[in-house]
Design a protein around this ligand. Structure first.
Ligand SMILES: Nc1nc2c(c(=O)[nH]1)N(C=O)[C@@H](CNc1ccc(C(=O)N[C@@H](CCC(=O)O)C(=O)O)cc1)CN2
Ligand SMILES: Nc1nc2c(ncn2[C@@H]2O[C@H](COP(=O)(O)OP(=O)(O)OP(=O)(O)O)[C@@H](O)[C@H]2O)c(=O)[nH]1
Ligand SMILES: [Mg+2]
Length: 404
């Protein structure tokens, strides 16, 4: 049967043939007439058998039709944005859903993709615009008053409340960043203390070379763990010591640079070494670990030091418990309605700054107040892409793969 379109939005079994009638596959076909489609445009899906050659043959056959070409990476999402189907926060959330590896990443992504955060931003933009409209209306009755009228006071009260909401929302930006990008934990310390043995134990596989020769690790070795649904990236590093060996020196340079960028350092102590003596210490959150507890039990170190043995497994649960203490605490109401990207944080900070500027102006400076509220609403609008973001689009859609 040729010629008849499948019923809209219903999967129908069809023979899939090339332009000149060659049978290629039997597959499910769905027709989505616009505007009720993902992109808002007319679209069709061919669900074919997944072998490489079948897919290739179908794509080649499609390319034979005039006007058809393969989509660019992110092109479907870009079209959905241009057709008003999704805003930028929802699109970024969608990219995060596709990339999500842990339960918390999934929940954060879903909150953004399904419009929860966009509603918040749209509501703030609406309130800022309303306040500006009220102030501009007052401008027309300019009567040198230096106390706000009843309406003016209500507007101010709402702007003050909005400032509080913005600050509270921004306070969640570190939570959003740690959920999305993961907590970076760097294992560091002198050579031969058991750093690589610890990463292997945590990863449950031999990711790093272990020998009894000090200076074994040079490259950074990284594993991604899932701790209670949070992404945790653990890095093993070269043991830090004075050396003239060129390769080891480079390893140590990389170790120091990883430590400087860590969210948390697991600082393994040498036999007899006490916490807090080396350089860099105190700059980054640090858990001190006394290793090889099976052969070097220690009673001299402070209670805050965790004793572990990767030979017996003793102390590892206690160490994981201490690492958990550095993960976001998600007690409060909708913990996932937090900013998820630097782009959002920057715009939110600029919004808050303009709002605070508006509120700090003398009461009769109505024009400047209105101008700052316009700036504030603009910055919020840039997050969702409701205003002026053409220059941002390539960056945002570059995250996507072909077919999204
Ligand atoms: N087969 C298939 N599965 C998929 C997708 C897809 O595109 N195709 N998706 C790709 O991401 C996700 C689902 N996302 C979708 C989002 C919107 C529409 C859509 O047709 N929206 C219309 C109609 C909405 C309605 O009937 O409620 C619209 O928004 O107007 C389809 C899929 C995950 N699974
Ligand atoms: N008994 C015992 N030996 C351990 C333990 N952890 C590590 N070792 C041994 O200590 C030696 C060094 O271990 P590594 O894990 O390679 O030490 P490292 O800190 O990565 O060393 P570098 O890469 O040289 O900085 C190896 O012989 C390990 O088998 C432990 O918990 N108990
Ligand atoms: Mg090592």
């Amino acid at each position: 049967m040729t010629g008849s379109l499948p019923a809209p939005r219903r999967a129908e079994l069809r023979s899939i043939r090339s332009r000149n009638g060659l049978f290629l596959d039997q597959g499910l076909v769905i027709h989505f007439p616009g505007p009720a489609s993902f992109t808002g445009e007319d679209s069709a899906e061919l669900h074919v058998h997944g072998g490489r050659a079948t897919v290739r043959a179908v794509l080649d056959a499609l390319a034979e039709f005039p006007g058809l070409r393969a989509a660019d990476a992110g092109e479907f999402s870009r079209r959905a944005f241009h057709n008003g189907k999704l805003d930028l926060v929802e699109i970024e959330g969608l990219a995060d859903i596709v990339a999500a590896q842990t339960e918390m990443q999934r929940r954060l992504a879903l909150e953004h993709a399904s419009g929860g955060v966009s509603r918040l931003y749209d509501d703030w933009a609406r309130r800022l615009t309303y306040a500006r409209a009220m102030i501009e209306a007052e401008l027309d009755f300019a009567d040198e008053e230096d106390v706000p009228g009843a309406v003016g006071q209500t507007v101010r009260d709402d702007l003050v409340a909005l400032g509080g909401e913005l600050r509270a929302h921004l306070a969640g930006s570190r939570t959003g960043e740690i959920i999305r990008d993961g907590l970076t934990v760097v294992i560091a310390g002198p050579p031969n203390v058991g750093k690589s043995s610890l990463i292997n134990y945590l990863a449950k596989r031999d990711v790093a070379i272990v020998t009894d020769i000090p200076g074994t690790t040079r490259d950074i070795v990284s594993v991604d763990l899932d701790l209670d649904g949070f992404a945790v990236r653990v890095l093993d590093t070269a043991g830090i010591r004075e050396t003239d060996e060129v390769v080891e020196r480079e390893g140590i340079r990389r170790a120091r640079s990883a430590m400087a960028q860590a969210d948390l350092i697991l600082r393994l102590l040498d036999r007899g070494e006490m916490p807090g003596t080396a350089d860099m210490e105190g700059a980054v959150a640090t858990i001190y670990v006394a290793s090889k507890a099976d052969i070097h039990p220690r009673s001299d170190v402070a209670p805050s030091v965790v004793s572990v043995s990767t030979l017996t497994g003793d102390g590892i649960d206690g160490l994981l418990e201490r690492i958990r203490g550095h993960l976001p605490q998600l007690g409060q109401y909708n913990a996932f309605a937090v900013p998820s990207r630097d782009r959002h944080n920057e715009a939110l900070r600029l919004t808050l700054r303009a709002l605070e500027e508006a509120l700090s102006l003398p009461l009769n400076e109505l024009e400047l107040q209105a101008e700052n509220l316009r700036l504030a609403a603009n910055e919020i609008g840039r997050i969702t892409g409701r205003v002026d973001v053409e220059n941002l689009l390539d960056v945002i859609f570059a995250e996507f793969c072909i077919g999204k």
